[in-house]
Ligand binder design. Structure first.
Ligand SMILES: NC(=O)C1=CN([C@@H]2O[C@H](COP(=O)(O)OP(=O)(O)OC[C@H]3O[C@@H](n4cnc5c(N)ncnc54)[C@H](O)[C@@H]3O)[C@@H](O)[C@H]2O)C=CC1
Ligand SMILES: O=C1[C@@H](O)[C@H](O)[C@@H](O)[C@H](O)[C@H]1O
Length: 339
């Protein structure tokens, strides 16, 4: 495809994820090109735009969206900036791929939902990329056949190498378990109704004052129990595992046994070091699916309702830990646009 026929994408936020998505759109994705990037830090925007033919830089997302060659927006700024970017995109009638979380809390997610409802059509795909990961897709297909019977339990492990200095105990849920919350709703096709968080003795690897790891237990409206070990200072790599226990069998993904090498009295493989490495294919498929759907004038994948429901569960989860009790999740009635 010629460059000028391609979907013109504006990328907001050129940090770790934004820069990686810019590279992806330019080098991996077909049918799209990056026409402009925005960052409150102009040096970062310029660094990412350098070498991309005709790519403009801005510090103000609203000014950037007004440009006629912008067909679609990819939001990769921090979660607190997502609501403003999404509302601005709605006012320019632009389709959006918004990195997770949709917004940091249920009230702001609901404001976005109401704004999209007023538009009368879905415009947003939320960046829950695990839905595009080959192993998660296999697990979902297997569950959908019903061969193993109904799912009873879902065990998850989510480990990060080390937390950055600004990490807080609430981020275990808002930033990390947010993915298992989305995956649970998607894999099981059920809503999460209550959350309990148990905390073991903090790891010696965790910075002073940080509650790490945490053990999250969720209940669903289909009668399943879901647990997540979230451990953001495991010290050895990045691991994401899931095992579904059904009535007639179990299925597990995420063991990462790509290649096992035997040598000098040892056997073993490698462990990914971060999400960029582990989920590279999922991000590629996610962005390609968004570009393809946008070019057809459609929105597919997780949307604003999913972003809102996940935000409500995250909020319940953070309260469950700080208040030391089981907290029920409250959702508004699902509007017709999202059924
Ligand atoms: N799907 C996934 O696996 C992952 C998703 N994320 C999500 O991606 C988003 C970005 O995260 P990172 O790239 O890790 O953060 P980052 O801190 O590396 O980059 C954020 C960038 O946005 C810029 N920025 C801040 N406020 C802005 C605003 N109002 N307008 C424009 N630019 C602004 C910052 O200057 C920075 O360059 C977050 O929503 C995060 O939750 C992050 C890591 C993995
Ligand atoms: O979204 C992500 C990060 O923000 C988060 O910090 C990590 O824990 C997740 O594994 C990653 O996918």
């Amino acid at each position: 495809m010629k460059r000028h026929d391609a979907l013109g994408v504006l990328v907001i936020g050129t940090g770790r994820m934004g820069a990686d998505h810019v590279r992806r759109i330019e080098e991996v994705t077909s049918g799209a090109r990056v026409v402009a990037v925005v960052d409150v830090d102009p040096a970062r925007a310029e660094q990412v735009a350098a070498g991309i033919d005709g790519c403009r830089t801005y510090t103000d997302p609203v000014a950037a969206m007004a440009s006629p060659d912008v067909d679609a927006v990819l939001v990769a700024s921090p979660g607190v900036a997502h609501e403003a970017a999404l509302l601005a995109a709605f006012s320019h009638d632009l389709p959006v791929l918004c990195e997770k979380p949709l917004t940091p809390d249920a009230a702001s997610a609901l404001r976005v939902l109401e704004a999209e409802r007023r538009l009368g059509r879905r415009r947003v795909q939320v960046g829950f990329m695990r839905r595009y990961d080959a192993e998660y897709l296999k697990l979902k297909s297997l569950l959908d056949t019903g061969r193993l019977g109904r799912p009873l339990m879902l065990h998850n492990v989510h480990r990060n190498m080390a937390s950055p200095p600004w990490w807080t105990s609430a981020m275990h849920i808002n930033d990390s378990v947010v993915h298992e919350i989305d995956v649970t709703r998607w894999l099981l096709g059920q809503e999460i109704t209550a959350v309990t968080v148990l905390c073991p003795r903090p790891s010696v690897n965790a910075p002073e004052g940080l509650q790490d790891p945490q053990f999250v237990v969720m209940e669903t409206d289909g009668g399943a129990i879901v647990d997540v070990e979230i451990n953001v200072n495991c010290g050895f790599g990045y691991q994401v595992r899931a095992e579904v226990v059904c009535e007639r069998g179990t299925a597990r993904i995420g063991d990462g046994r790509g290649m096992v090498v035997n040598s000098a009295g040892q056997w073993g493989g490698t462990i990914a070091q971060d999400f960029i490495e582990r989920f590279e294919d999922a991000y590629d498929r996610e962005v390609q699916a968004w570009v393809d759907a946008t070019r057809r004038g459609e929105v597919t994948g997780p949307g604003v309702w999913d972003g809102y429901a996940v935000a409500a569960v995250c909020e319940a989860g953070v309260r469950a830990r700080t208040e030391g009790r089981r907290v029920e999740v409250e959702l508004v009635e699902r509007p017709a646009l999202y059924r």
